[in-house]
Design a protein around this ligand. Structure first.
Ligand SMILES: [Zn+2]
Length: 267
């Protein structure tokens, strides 16, 4: 995907297998066999997005890292491929000058630090929603991988960008706050002229939520707020020149909402 002079390159770090129960106890595969395609489960990516402007190399989300987490029928996360994908795109870890984490769930910050809590991207600023810092990093009762928490607690302060309001990262790359899935969840707008791409993290987990507005995510910290923000974002995606993609959209395909009597997703 190209927006003006800015290149957006999706990279899958691994696989996110979601059973219907991931989207809520009331959800079944019935009528959605096109999503739950194999063993009654959806096989979705753990997505990251490499954004290259004329002057900056920005990574949006840092995957799961070489780790896995098995929550049984509802969710299985297996990461590990981000660095392969970066290499295939011709980008070394030292060239990344900013990592924007849409939020601090394990499958979005996993490559920030290695198992010894050393920085994987040694020259990168790390952008995080400040309420996520408080919710995850500062509260020992909220689960994170230990090496990620330690890495964040010890990160060089000059590299850390904690933000609470909409912010510009680089010309054509802006952050908007989209809380609900997590308290400090953020999304990124890449734009040039009238053309925009919204990189949504988990603010919309899957386009199926357009047709099924009661489908949530078991990860939603505030499900009601998450649902309201999701609807706001779907409305943004009704714009003619606006496309969106989430970290777990099937095949990391960009799409938009066709407005009208029967709104529908076109990817
Ligand atoms: Zn996620």
């Amino acid at each position: 995907m190209r927006i003006g002079e800015i290149d957006i390159h999706p990279i899958a770090d691994g696989t996110f297998r979601a059973g219907p129960g991931y989207f809520g106890d009331h959800v079944t595969a019935h009528g959605h066999e096109d999503l739950f395609t194999r063993y009654g489960k959806a096989w979705l990516p753990i997505g990251c997005f490499l954004v290259r402007t004329g002057s900056r190399v920005i990574l949006i989300d840092a995957g799961m890292g070489p780790e896995m987490r098995d929550d049984g029928d509802r969710r299985l996360l297996v990461g590990g491929q981000l660095l392969v994908g970066l290499r295939a795109a011709g980008v070394g870890v030292e060239e990344i000058d900013a990592v924007i984490c849409t939020h601090l769930h394990a499958d979005h910050c996993g490559w920030l630090f290695d198992a010894t809590a050393a920085a994987v991207f040694p020259n990168a600023e790390i952008w995080i929603g400040a309420p996520d810092w408080q919710h995850f990093v500062q509260d020992p009762n909220v689960w994170m991988f230990d090496h990620i928490r330690h890495g964040l607690q010890n990160v060089d302060g000059s590299r850390l960008r904690l933000i609470a309001d909409d912010t510009t990262v680089a010309p054509g790359v802006d952050i908007i706050m989209t809380p609900g899935h997590t308290p400090g969840h953020l999304s990124v707008i890449v734009s040039s002229g009238a053309h925009r791409v919204l990189i949504l993290g988990d603010a919309i987990v899957c386009p199926v939520q357009l047709d099924e507005p009661t489908w949530r995510s078991i990860g939603d910290v505030d499900p009601d707020l998450a649902a309201r923000v999701r609807e706001r974002l779907f409305r943004e995606l009704e714009g003619d020149n606006t496309y969106g993609v989430g970290a777990h959209f099937p095949e990391l395909r960009f799409g938009r909402v066709l407005a009208g009597q029967m709104r529908r997703w076109i990817g």
